[in-house]
Write a protein that binds this ligand. Structure first.
Ligand code: DP6
Length: 362
């Protein structure tokens, strides 16, 4: 399949105005996407759990405008106009214009809100861009694009989301999502995320993710800058191969439910991501002293109790604490007694694996 597949053929209807609302989740990667080529093509495959609680809800209202030579839109977050979000959305619109040729015909009002505090340092680009992409798909569908099956709708929503923010393409449907071509996963694609197609053991059902908010500040280095530093990175090629290898290992881990093996892959991926940041030029460190305190306490707790709790990290200082549902009570106790003290204002968010956005058109 090529990108042409997503260029619409004809629109059979005209629409003066309308509005659609979608809610879309965040996701947490187990094998990380870090490094991309032109057009948001990932350097390696990644796989993520979809989150259940951390979501963005977006209402897209549109009205036909006189001229069609520019993009025209306003953005609101929790009812407050946010002009600083506009450049990212303008870039998104430019990237997707050939796939959504109606974009310049309308003025859009984008009203968005998050289930988690915006200032929490939790990346909202995955849930935000995927919610907006789903709204745009609804507009396209009501313009009467032929061939809009549910499968095509979701695939194109993921394709568009990727052009907004790479990780956003893993937020469209399903609980475990793969993005990026992998030789053992039929149907995997660099263009969009797919539902993980193989068995996932009961051990991973309702897997828990408590997000410990170590640092709620703005990221010092944006993901886009970080990805670009993988060009000419001395360890890049080996890292991309390793991601393929880790995906292969996860396929059998998901099947057998081997949590010790799962922990090794997930923690190694998190530390490798940060190792890539520390060894790029310029180099940078996003972990904070409290990130390391938490990691060390998780390791000590695991030795003491034989727990299967582990951690992963995004491009920031916050720690995602992952654990099976069967350990929910004991690990929550551990978090409250020993880890929250390392969080900014003792803040954390408890989430778990969920099923994604496509169920929720509001
Ligand atoms: C560290 O998806 O935010 O969270 O494509 O430039 O928008 P852009 O990057 P983004 O990168 C996120 C990377 C990560 C790992 C991951 O989610 O796989």
């Amino acid at each position: 399949m090529t990108e042409e597949h997503f260029i619409p053929k004809t629109y059979s209807k005209t629409l003066e105005n309308g509005s659609f609302t979608w809610s879309s989740p965040s996701n947490i990667a187990l094998v990380k996407y870090w490094g991309k080529k032109e057009h948001q093509i990932p350097e390696n495959p990644s796989v993520s759990f979809t989150l259940d609680y951390c979501k963005t809800t977006t209402t897209l209202s549109f009205s036909k405008k006189e001229n069609n030579d520019t993009f025209s839109f306003d953005v609101f977050l929790e009812n407050e106009q946010k002009d600083d979000f506009k450049p990212k959305i303008e870039t998104f619109f430019k990237r997707i214009e050939s796939y959504m040729p109606f974009l310049k015909d309308y003025h859009f009002k984008i009203e968005t809100s998050n289930s988690f505090p915006h200032s929490s340092g939790i990346a909202s680009s995955a849930s935000g861009m995927s919610a907006l992409a789903l709204c745009l798909m609804s507009v396209e569908q009501s313009l009467g694009e032929v061939e809009v099956t549910e499968a095509y709708f979701n695939q194109k929503a993921s394709f568009l989301s990727r052009l907004g923010s790479g990780s956003a393409c893993r937020s469209i449907e399903g609980d475990v999502i793969v993005w990026g071509t992998h030789q053992e996963i039929d149907g995997s694609s660099d263009f969009f995320g797919i539902k993980y197609p193989f068995d996932v053991h009961q051990n991973f059902k309702n897997y828990q993710d408590s997000i410990l908010l170590v640092d709620k500040g703005e990221k010092q280095v944006s993901s886009t800058v970080g990805h670009n530093l993988m060009h000419d990175h001395p360890f890049a090629e080996r890292r991309f191969e390793q991601a393929h290898e880790n995906m292969s290992k996860l396929i059998s881990i998901f099947k057998t439910g081997d949590l010790d093996a799962f922990i090794k892959i997930v923690e190694s991926e998190a530390l490798t991501l940060h190792a890539m940041m520390m060894t790029s030029m310029p180099y940078f460190i996003l972990m904070k002293p409290n990130t390391l305190e938490i990691i060390n306490k998780i390791w000590a707790y695991r030795i003491e109790t034989n727990s299967k709790v582990c951690f992963t990290l995004d491009a920031g200082a916050n720690v995602h604490v992952l654990y099976p549902e069967s350990e929910k009570e004991s690990v929550m106790e551990f978090i409250k007694n020993e880890l929250v003290t390392h969080c900014q204002n003792e803040h954390y968010i408890s989430d778990q694996i969920g099923f994604g956005a496509n169920q929720i058109q509001l």
